[in-house]
Design a protein around this ligand. Structure first.
Ligand code: GDG
Length: 468
């Protein structure tokens, strides 16, 4: 059996008025694993998204039963745990530090204590269902201690771990007061996977410098075990995006967008509203572009989709305010009666509407200051029927390694982004198709299903090697 463990289950429980509702999310991870779920039994362990204080004991049992039908095993968390584990250690310590924002990083002992406690809760939940011969796959920065906690409970288990965010360079990682515990936590796995080779190298360097373990490329020796380390760049469900154009709802939405933009060129960006995504710098670059290229005013519309995220964390609330203000400034400065320079959508859109925006956009601006991978860049390229469209992509996104045919920019260099916007708008359709061809083939060949398969095969291979 494959046991997947992530902070959130693919099914969320929400309370609307008096009753509980179960909402499924079709995230990349769930899609990637779907193939294995079909061919062998599987289970998923995670938080169902509702704090314990919002459900009664009876409801808790009901949720457990109902989720079991979908092979999901809930780990219930109190409001206090959500506050300190999720909003605290995961999103105010690990997330900023691993994205090279040491000044946003909070080092708080309570956050850490609760993070350890919640990881132990997850380990207990896994131990309850884990049987000999099962494979465990732990995901992401919320559960860095889990591999070793499971190993302690089940020394023979086959355990893989995948980190969806960057692993920072040693100089950043060493700032963490709990750096040794985190590394030991990860070394409980048989295979630790990252999006890129360089994140893997950073990890090896930290393990060697902090724990003094013997390392060689792709391998760490710890006690009597060997831990494998590898790069597994995550892909997307490319068919879902490339075939979106055949959905009548998507076609209707594209027409609507084109009609409203009066056939102006469309620049698009899509991200969670997160300070790692470089949104203020991107807006500033657009402002510079309009200032320096008056001939483009009224001829282009920038659609900025920002999905609300972690609004309870202060840095996110501040970011929201500054983004609102800078969009207001640009509209005041350049807007006319018939033209709004930026359309700002602060909400999540249904898949069909998102796909329609990808299809309608002439240029997609993906300029994170740091990003583990960035799937939006891949989704945009996959969505374009004719193979046209221009991707402007940050060098600091993991996906830049695979998408070298895009216009690559330093996300802190607003002059360079402003230039790139102009270059993108002027690129001939033939040149667009020529640049995108190899990237589109790569995206179609390296899907999320292949990613999951590659990781799980490597996990089973490294287990056999260790045992031999
Ligand atoms: C983390 C890492 C890594 C966005 N807006 C809407 C919407 N989305 C979907 C996109 C895409 C996903 O959300 C965002 O994925 P990203 O990869 O761009 O970024 P993170 O959320 O930060 O993800 C990242 C990823 O994990 C996977 O390992 O690539 O580096 O930070 O799939 O399509 N979906 C819908 N409406 C929206 O408005 N339906």
């Amino acid at each position: 059996m494959l046991i997947t463990i992530s902070n959130r289950l693919p099914v969320s429980v929400v309370r609307r008025e008096q009753s509980l509702h179960f909402e499924s999310s079709v995230g990349g991870l769930a899609t990637g694993l779907a193939q294995y779920v079909k061919s062998e039994p599987s289970a998923w362990v995670g938080w169902p998204g509702i704090p314990l204080s919002r459900i009664s004991d009876g409801e808790r049992a009901g949720i457990r039963e109902r989720l079991k039908q979908e092979s999901c095993h809930p780990v219930f968390l109190t409001g206090y745990e959500v506050e300190n584990f999720y909003y605290g250690f995961a999103n105010r310590t690990i997330w900023p530090l691993f994205h090279y924002f040491p000044l946003h990083t909070t080092y708080n002992k309570t956050f850490w204590a609760v993070y350890e406690k919640v990881n132990a809760k997850f380990a207990d939940a896994v131990a309850e269902i884990l049987r000999p011969g099962d494979t465990v796959w732990v995901h992401d920065y919320h559960l860095l201690l889990l591999p070793e906690m499971i190993r302690r409970r089940r020394p023979e288990a086959s355990i893989g771990f995948f980190l969806h965010i960057p692993f920072p360079s040693y100089e950043l990682f060493r700032l963490l007061p709990w750096r040794e515990e985190i590394l030991r936590g990860l070394l409980g796995a048989d295979l630790v996977g990252f999006h890129t080779e360089s994140y893997g190298r950073h990890f090896l360097e930290s393990v060697s410098a902090i724990l003094g373990h013997e390392t060689r490329p792709g391998k760490i020796r710890t006690g009597n075990r060997t831990v494998a380390v590898g790069a597994f760049p995550m892909g997307i469900d490319s068919k879902r995006f490339s075939s979106a154009g055949s959905l009548p709802r998507v076609r209707r939405e594209v027409e609507k967008i084109e009609k409203r933009s009066l056939d102006r060129k469309i620049i698009l960006s899509v991200d969670r509203l997160d300070y790692t995504k470089g949104i203020p710098q991107r807006i500033e670059a657009y402002d510079l572009f309009l200032e320096r290229n008056p001939e483009w005013r009224e001829k282009v519309t920038f659609i900025l989709i920002a999905v609300p995220s972690r609004t309870a964390v202060p840095a996110y609330a501040q970011l929201k305010k500054s983004v609102d203000e800078s969009i207001g400034r640009i509209s005041g400065r350049f807007g006319t009666i018939g033209w709004v320079p930026i359309w700002y959508l602060y909400r999540a859109l249904p898949f069909e509407t998102l796909a329609a925006h990808y299809r309608a956009a002439d240029v997609c601006l993906v300029t994170p200051l740091r990003d583990g991978m960035n799937l939006v860049a891949k989704e945009y390229l996959a969505c374009r029927d004719e193979g046209d469209g221009v991707l402007v992509l940050s060098e600091m996104a993991g996906s830049a390694e695979e998408l070298s045919g895009s216009i690559l920019v330093n996300p802190n260099n607003t002059d360079e982004i402003a230039e790139a916007i102009k270059e993108a708008l002027c690129l001939s359709p033939e040149e667009q198709v020529r640049r995108n061809g190899p990237m589109r083939r790569r995206i179609a060949g390296h899907t999320v299903v292949r990613w999951a398969g590659d990781f799980l095969r490597e996990l089973s291979r490294s287990r056999k090697e260790t045992k031999a």
